[in-house]
Unconditional design. Sequence first.
Lengths: 276, 223
Amino acid sequence: MNGIGSVRELEKETEKESILHLMDGRVKLILLIFIIVYAVFSTQIVVLAFLELYLLLLIYISQVSFKTSFKRILLLLPFGGFIIAFQPFIHPGDVIWTGIFGLQVTQQGLMWAVLLMSRLIVALTSIVLLSSISPMQEVAQSFRKLGMPRELAMIFSLMIRFLFMFYDELHRIMHAQKARCFDAFNKKIPYKWRMKQLGYTVAMMFLRAYEQGETIYMSMASRGFSDESNLYHDRKKKLGRTEYIYIGVTLLIVIGLQILAMTHFYELGVLGMNII
Amino acid sequence: MHIPDGFLSWTWPIYYVIMFVALYFSLRWARKNLDEKLIPLIAVLSAGIFAIMSMNMPIPFGTSGHMLGGALVAIVFLAPEAAVLVLFIVLLVQALFFGDGGITALGANVVNMGLIGGAVAYFSFRGLEKFTGKYPAAAIAAWLSLFIAAEVVAVEMWLAGTFPLDVGLASMGIYHAFIGVIEAILTVVVLIALDKLRPDLLAWNRKTSGGQKLEGSEEVAAK
């Protein structure tokens, strides 16, 4: 998982003022989730390639650094990449390569792996874009405006506020351990002892989180908070012209791609083949 | 164990339905047992668990992994509902901002780590504590919660046609059998530390577990 350093970089990216940054949070959230859902159901590589191109164009428009975005996508790929790497060897089909120990690569397995990787790249690019153009609090507020239950939306919003605090807390503990030459991966130190120290670290984090939760509750209660309270003041914001253009272009691209997928893309051979 | 987008094919909406049902019952439990304390407590605990999950720990035989914390939350509150709530928030933030686990796979990830992980931890702890004592029961429960959740991931991948069942069960099982050791050790160390420092936080120290509000009893506070 990414560390807090990258989250801080992300928060800096969200402070930019491009057309996409200034758009309504709900529109950004819904459209990028819509692209992910469409990508997950797509079975043609060419469709996913066009979606990726569209997302790269959005990254360019939003003035988000390409270098940072690619770095983030590359860092996230190994999670799914591990499972994808096995696909060419485990899918039954026409054998196109035989290696040592009887390992066989099938054409269907290879195509399936490429499809999964393409879906994963589109989904990760969407997430990288969303998190680069929407501050965390804006996403939390968008969820609330879109009908997330009041309690869940408040938990989500408060959780984000305390996320940074706990990372700082954890870093302080880890720096203190490092200053005392503690290395959890040092094999010269007995494993049991290392785990005990890590256990105490986790226990302290858990305890501080719990006690902080109680303190926050007390301070909120003393300011009139009850289970009927609402932490939000929904500012009614009407969608502007840029939002409607963004919605229209995205829908047009997805509908256009779907029509082409059903009528013309099969002519492109491997790229337009339906992989199921 | 975080399933990414695109790996569950058409099956992902099913897990969303299960997740929403689990969330409904978890919120009902929280309103009944935590009332107005629910929001700050679950929010801050989720942030704490999120930070804990970012700590890489050494696993015997050279690899590394991180704690999930679902079993810990389920045992501390003696309620799998708490694990569902905390893991839902943690996994939502991970999926939306870190790309760790997919948006479409969020339902499956919450079902695996929150619902199944929490329920396995709670029920195995309850079943074993009379025979083995609290801490060995907590260790076995934490290990089982991670192991079974990992095996369920293998089944889900198989149902989606992404991975063969036998290879999936074997590879996920072997890897998470080792990761589970960390979950077990750390869950027990945290429970021991909590029992020493703040016994009132542990639901098993309260007169009636699960259905009791979160104020510690006077005897426990005096301990």
